[in-house]
Design a protein around this ligand. Structure first.
Ligand code: AMP
Length: 413
């Protein structure tokens, strides 16, 4: 029989890791909630057209990476490769422009991209996402960047590098790409074969080249950041001033373009020194034209997405300490019912309780109590005893009610 395995590029999240993930999402919700971001969710699959229009036909995501399928009525659906397009669709569909603006939301869930799997890159991965829709106030750009940095700090991802730029408008960008292509064409003989071959598809790659000749050419190359309009430059100046005020370090990187078409003005990306080739922890930017592109009123927006698997990789695998636990050992088989009743009572009293459910010997049960990190073990034999696992002291209880009080007294702070 064929051995069944999880599909290529997917992950099973086993118990200690799953707990860590929930904790991470909880931290993000706490940090974002304090700034007025409310949880929101959209479907895991959408009309393919949403991403074709929203993410952009020319992007790698749409051209190569989408999991697209037909439903039984022949509609083309796609597993969401990112969150922003879905949020914007929902904003339009539910008339959320009538709410007080900006509408601030966050979400966490699975995303799907058909990429070549490697360390930190999966075909199903988890993102935390935050968006502020309906205002182009630069304080939202800065706020979102700072909130993401705070989440990294609370999770313990270690040092991160923030790269920041402004893309202006799609029109500025198109003019600039033409100018850059022209500039590179005129110096083609000095460029690497690789850069030359992709000159028309992606001239910006030339900025990342290691080739000495290409690097020399790029020193003189025009930069997009110098071509943006006065309004866009002013907006970017305000975002930077707020980041400076907050003491947030960043590097201006005029070559930062990100892989999605919808960005306007601010773009940013955080990288971790602790990750390998897939170093991006999270990133985002402003997308002032996207809602209109999807059929809504002209509505500005800004947001980011951060990868949960990568944040956990960067933070290390230290699972959080388990909460206080009690183990109930069953020495006499007819004590099983008492154990069941007692477990419920102790849980109602707010404790985390496990009882023997695998028929172990007494020795095996005490070992299990140690293994789960119990601070107290209740032993149901001829009588009822409560063993303090720290000191080894063992005391007799008069009744099951008594046990609840005794265990409560022994609960570590
Ligand atoms: P992006 O929308 O591509 O900027 O993705 C935002 C974040 O999601 C990235 O910074 C990564 O942390 C994470 N991410 C994107 N693609 C993948 C993937 N294939 N596997 C794991 N994480 C990913």
């Amino acid at each position: 029989m064929k051995k069944l395995q999880a599909p290529r590029g997917t992950l099973d999240v086993l118990p200690p890791d799953a707990r860590r993930r929930l904790e991470l999402v909880g931290i993000a919700g706490d940090v974002l909630g304090r700034a007025g971001y409310e949880p929101m969710d959209t479907p895991v699959f959408e009309d393919t057209e949403l991403f074709a229009r929203g993410v952009g036909e020319s992007t790698d995501i749409v051209q190569k990476e989408m999991f697209t399928f037909e439903d039984k009525a022949g509609r083309s659906l796609t597993l969401r490769p990112e969150q922003t397009a879905g949020i914007c669709r929902a904003y339009i569909e539910h008339g959320m422009h009538k709410l007080p603006q900006p509408v601030k939301v966050w979400s966490a869930g699975p995303f799907f991209r058909h990429e070549a799997p490697q360390a930190g890159r999966f075909r199903q991965f988890t993102q935390i996402d935050a968006e502020a829709l309906g205002s182009d106030d630069p304080s939202l750009d800065a706020e979102l960047i700072l909130l993401l940095a705070q989440i990294f700090q609370r999770i313990g991802t270690g040092p991160t590098r923030l790269r920041l730029s402004s893309l202006g408008t799609p029109a500025t960008r198109a003019d600039y790409l033409e100018e850059l292509t022209h500039f590179l064409r005129a110096r083609e003989d000095q460029l690497s074969d690789d850069v030359r071959a992709r000159l028309d598809q992606n001239p910006l790659r030339a900025f990342d080249a290691d080739h000495a000749g290409t690097r020399a050419v790029m020193k003189e190359a025009p930069l997009l950041i110098d071509r943006i309009s006065a309004d866009d430059a002013d907006h970017f100046g305000q975002v930077r001033a707020l980041l400076d005020t907050a003491g947030m370090d960043y590097e201006l990187d005029p070559t930062l373009v990100r892989g999605l078409d919808y960005y306007t003005r601010t773009v940013f990306e955080f990288e971790s020194e602790r990750l390998g080739a897939q170093a991006a922890l999270g990133g985002g930017g402003r997308y002032d034209g996207l809602i209109e592109e999807l059929g809504g009123q002209p509505t500005p927006g800004v947001g980011w997405a951060a990868g949960v698997e990568r944040m956990l990789l960067a933070a290390g695998d230290e699972p959080p300490a388990p909460r206080a636990r009690v183990f109930i050992a069953i020495v006499k088989p007819d004590a099983a019912r008492d154990a069941f009743v007692l477990a419920r009572r102790l849980r109602e009293a707010g404790l985390r309780v496990e009882s023997e459910q695998a028929g172990r010997s007494m020795k095996g049960q005490l070992k299990q109590a140690d293994r789960i990190g119990a601070f107290a073990t209740v032993i149901l034999g001829d009588g009822i005893e409560v063993k303090d696992m720290e000191t080894g002291d063992q005391r007799e209880a008069a009744s099951l009610d008594d046990v609840v009080d005794m265990v409560r007294e022994a609960t570590p702070a």
